[in-house]
Design a binder for this molecule. Structure first.
Ligand code: HAM
Length: 425
């Protein structure tokens, strides 16, 4: 029978890699707490409408990338492709606004998009992100951007760049869309069907096209920043001034429009020079209209999400590791039947004392047990043979210095705990 394989675009995290994942998650939780964000968890699937309405029908995600299926009762469900819409759904459904006017929420979650897999682009990937709900103030945008950068900085990621833009409010954007549509129609006489469709349904998305020829046309297109109504212009100005006074360096990119429809005002992306074509580590922005699109009342909000696989890739390319491999504190080596019969109880005793302990489970020769102890990376091997058993002591071998000491049964755990402490200091 054919041996089964994992689904294209998914990854197994093997033990060495999960150490990095755990360390990254710990780092995220610690820094989210510093900014007073609290964790929220939502189901892995939602009613399809949460995304169709939330992200927007004409976006790539909704029109071609979602894992959508009917359950047995013919309901349309979707594996979540992003977290912002589910978080807003949960916020409203659970009336979090009644607990406090401002909610700072964060998440770490697996997400699903049926994209063409390549380096840094997966079908199941993981994001952490933050959603700051309840404040329309530019200070909230800045808090969010500063948080995103803070996490990268503390990780020691170098060569990250922040780009910002505004997609304005509907009063600025609707008339601008017509202007842009007009310009694109005149300047792209025979558009490819996909481009024609975008011009008709989502003209702003034409702005971030990667096509060289289109980019020339786009360079001359009217810019939304030049067509902002006063309120939107003031918001954007204020975000920029505050970023500057916080010492945050950024560049403005009028073609940054992001792939999701819920944005208003500030949008931003953080890229890494260490990555290839998929160089966006993090994207976000303000999304004051999402709550209403999901059937609620207006709740202003701003947030970001960062791709964890890409962060681990960027760290790796910098030669940076977040965690050392875990090794057992001790490895038990037994010689002879009588000693072996005490193995389980000794392991239990060591573990109860807080020492991580392992042993041989194949009944192998002493030589093979030493080889296993070496492979485990342990610092100390505890050797128990007939003599030791009769005289109630262990031969404790320091695997690094190749020194050996006899330690009575009674004082074994204390001796090892002291050794362990002196090594970690
Ligand atoms: P997004 O730009 O779609 O935004 O995703 C954010 C980040 O997730 C990207 O910058 C990238 O690092 C990572 N990412 C996205 N797709 C993939 C993929 N197929 N494989 C690997 N990594 C990927 C959002 O998802 C918004 N919800 C962000 C947001 C939060 N806006 C406001 N609040």
């Amino acid at each position: 029978m054919k041996q089964l394989k994992r689904i294209k675009g998914t990854q197994d995290a093997l033990p060495e890699k999960t150490m990095q994942w755990q360390a990254l998650e710990k780092h995220i939780r610690r820094n989210m707490a510093l900014f007073n964000f609290r964790e929220i968890r939502t189901p892995v699937f939602e009613m399809t409408e949460v995304f169709a309405r939330g992200i927007g029908q004409f976006t790539d995600i909704v029109s071609k990338e979602m894992y959508t299926f009917q359950d047995r009762s013919k309901k349309s469900l979707t594996l979540k492709p992003e977290m912002t819409a589910p978080v807003m759904r949960a916020y409203m459904e659970n009336s979090l606004y009644a607990q406090a006017p401002l909610q700072k929420l964060y998440y770490i979650a697996p997400l699903f998009r049926q994209e063409n897999p390549q380096a840094g682009r997966l079908r199941q990937f993981h994001q952490y992100g933050a959603e700051f709900i309840g404040s329309p103030a530019p200070e909230a945008d800045v808090e969010t951007i500063v948080l995103a950068l803070h996490i990268f900085e503390e990780l020691g990621l170098t060569n990250v760049r922040l780009r910002i833009n505004t997609v304005g409010d509907p009063e600025s954007r609707e008339p601008y869309k017509l202007l842009l549509q007009d310009y694109l129609k005149h300047n792209i006489p025979n558009p490819e069907p996909q481009v024609a469709e975008r011009i008709a349904n989502n003209p702003l998305r034409v702005l971030d096209s990667k096509d060289e020829k289109l980019r020339e046309v786009i360079a001359g297109a009217p810019k939304l920043v030049d067509h902002l109504k006063e309120k939107a212009a003031e918001h954007y100005r204020s975000v920029k001034t505050q970023l500057e006074s916080a010492g945050v360096s950024y560049s403005e990119d009028p073609t940054l429009v992001r792939g999701l429809d819920y944005y208003t005002h500030t949008v931003f992306e953080i890229t890494s020079d260490a990555l290839g074509a998929q160089n966006a580590l993090c994207g976000g922005g303000r999304y004051d209209l999402l709550a209403r699109q999901l059937g609620g009342r207006d709740f202003p909000a701003v947030g970001f999400a960062a791709g964890m696989e890409r962060i681990l890739m960027a760290l790796e390319s910098q030669g940076k590791s977040l965690a050392r491999p875990a090794v057992p504190d001790v490895f038990l080596i037994t010689m002879g039947e009588a000693a072996r019969a005490t193995m389980t109880s000794w392991l239990a005793k060591l573990r109860r004392a807080g020492l991580s302990a392992d042993a041989d489970f194949l009944g192998r020769s002493v030589k093979a047990q030493f080889r296993e102890a070496n492979r485990s990376g342990t610092r100390f091997s505890l050797i128990l043979g007939e003599d030791e058993l009769n005289q109630k002591f262990f031969a404790v071998k320091d695997m690094k210095n190749s020194t050996q000491e006899n330690v009575p049964f009674d004082s074994l755990t204390n001796y090892l705990l002291q050794k362990k402490e002196s090594l970690t200091v």
